[in-house]
Design a protein around this ligand. Structure first.
Ligand code: ATP
Length: 198
């Protein structure tokens, strides 16, 4: 389902760089420090990672190409992850889904789904239940297998719920319950006012 990743101004990738992931296994090889892990960082970042530490930086602006001996720093970092949606796994009516994140030196940033500006919430809703999310199981990093094996029953259940595609509905149910609780509060307040007036 993952088709390609495009980076521009992201960490060590100053120039626009495209990685294609054809069917089968893709292996990335290169010397230490050549940017292999930056590719995984880009995937986590574009899917909404809010933690600079998890991207191996101190500050969120650390993802922007900081310049080298031969060229100046970039003004913005951009990453686009491209999914093949011909199987319809993602709840969007498009054969191909492009999710883009961009951040400027000023700190401003944006998310786009198929070139349309969206909120982070929309990106999360798009991928929820597919296993692609940053907290899901598609990105297995060092130590993660251990963490999964040692997870308590509740956390392990969450992994299975994501795999079964249930978590999308669970998130919707939680939101509906929060809304119901708010309505209930408003009703109670209304009841108080009616009592006062009567
Ligand atoms: P290893 O095999 O040692 O794990 P790697 O191939 O995974 O290495 P990465 O950790 O992905 O390499 O890349 C680190 C490189 O990225 C370093 O050379 C670092 O200077 C560079 N880098 C990180 N952030 C930026 C940035 N904002 N601008 C320019 N270069 C950056």
């Amino acid at each position: 389902m993952l088709k390609a990743l495009e980076l521009a101004g992201f960490k060590s990738f100053a120039d626009r760089t495209r990685f294609d992931f054809p069917d089968g296994i893709t292996v990335v090889v290169g010397p230490n420090g050549s940017g292999k892990s930056n590719i995984v960082d880009a995937m986590k970042w574009v899917l909404g990672s809010q933690s600079a530490k998890s991207l191996r930086g101190k500050d969120m602006s650390d993802v922007i190409f900081k310049g080298s001996q031969t060229r100046g720093p970039a003004g913005a970092a951009e990453a686009t992850i491209i999914f093949d949606n011909s199987g319809g796994q993602l709840p969007i009516d498009a054969q191909e889904v492009h999710v883009t994140r961009r951040v400027y030196r000023s700190g401003e940033g944006e998310y786009l789904i198929n070139q349309q500006a969206v909120r982070l919430k929309d990106v999360k809703a798009l991928i929820r239940g597919t296993g692609i999310g940053i907290d899901a199981y598609s990105l297995i990093e060092q130590g993660k297998v251990d963490r999964m094996l040692q997870a308590n029953a509740k956390d392990r259940r969450a992994i299975f719920e994501e795999a079964a595609g249930i978590s999308r509905f669970k998130a919707k149910k939680d939101e509906a319950e929060r809304r119901l609780a708010r309505v209930q509060q408003n009703l109670t307040r209304l009841g108080d006012i009616v009592d006062e007036v009567a």
